[in-house]
Design a protein around this ligand. Structure first.
Ligand code: 5RP
Length: 216
C-alpha cells in the first residue's frame, strides 16, 4: 500500500468510483479525500446524473466539474453515499466532522442504502476518541452543552470563528476514549441544544476503503 497519506486518500477515492452506478444520483461527502473523489468523478464526465451534496464546499467543487447538484428532498432514498472520515474502528464506526459538515453528512448517510467511506491507514483505530469528537450545537446552547459534556468527562473546545453551513457552532470534545460509541451517540443526542454528534456508530459505514484496499 502507498505510504503517503495523500496518495492513500487519492487511491481510495479512485477505488470508490467503482461503486458508482452509471446514471445514478449520488450522495457526496466533504473533505480533502472527497475532493479527490469529486475530481475523479469529474474526469468521468456524464457518469452520474446528479449529486446530493453535504456542504457548500463540495457543492462548489461539484459544480466546477459541471456536475448537477440536487436537493435531497427531491430524490428520496439514495443508492450510495461516498465520504471520508477522521477515525474508523474495526466495526466501521466513525468519527466525522473534522471539516464541520457532520450534520448534512449524517442526514445523507441515513438516507442512503450503502455508505462507502474512504480513509488513509492512519485513521484506522482500535478505539474511537483520539481525534476530538465534533458536536454541532445551536449557538445559544454552547455553554449549556459544554457543561453537560464536562459532566460526562469530556473536554469541549469551541471551534472559535467557525460557523457551520447550518449557522451553528462546533464543540470539539477532547479526552474521551470511546468504548461504547452507540451509547455515547444516543446519550449526546439527548442534550438539548445538540444538533448532531460526529459519531457515526448507529449508522456506520458499509464499506471502508483504505488506500487501494478494502477493510475486512
Ligand atoms: C467533514 C468530514 C470529513 O470526512 C473528515 O473530516 C475527513 O476529512 P479529510 O478527508 O480531509 O481527511 O467529516 O465534516
Amino acid at each position: 500500500m502507498a505510504t503517503n497519506r495523500e496518495d492513500q486518500k487519492r487511491l481510495a477515492a479512485e477505488r470508490a468510483i467503482s461503486y458508482v452506478e452509471e446514471g445514478s444520483i449520488l450522495g457526496v461527502g466533504t473533505g480533502s479525500t472527497v475532493a479527490y473523489f469529486i475530481d475523479a468523478l469529474g474526469a468521468r464526465r456524464g457518469l452520474i446524473e446528479a449529486a446530493v451534496s453535504s456542504s457548500e464546499q463540495s457543492t462548489a467543487r461539484l459544480k466546477q466539474h459541471g456536475i448537477r447538484v440536487v436537493d435531497l428532498n427531491s430524490v428520496g432514498t439514495l443508492a450510495l453515499y461516498v465520504d471520508g472520515a477522521d477515525e474508523c474502528d474495526a466495526h466501521k464506526r466513525l468519527i466525522k466532522g473534522g471539516g464541520g459538515a457532520l450534520t448534512r453528512e449524517k442526514i445523507i448517510a441515513a438516507a442512503s442504502k450503502t455508505f462507502v467511506c474512504m480513509i488513509d491507514a492512519a485513521k484506522r483505530v482500535d478505539a474511537l476518541g483520539k481525534f476530538p469528537l465534533p458536536v454541532e450545537v445551536i449557538p445559544m446552547a454552547r455553554g449549556h452543552v459544554a457543561r453537560e459534556i464536562v459532566r460526562r468527562g469530556g473536554n469541549p473546545v469551541w471551534r472559535d470563528g467557525f460557523v457551520t453551513d447550518n449557522g451553528n457552532v462546533i464543540l470539539d470534545v477532547h479526552g474521551w476514549r470511546i468504548d461504547d460509541p452507540v451509547a455515547l451517540e444516543a446519550d449526546l443526542n439527548q442534550i438539548v441544544g445538540v444538533v448532531c454528534v460526529g459519531l457515526f456508530a448507529r449508522r456506520p459505514a458499509d464499506v471502508v476503503l483504505i488506500g487501494d484496499s478494502i477493510m475486512s
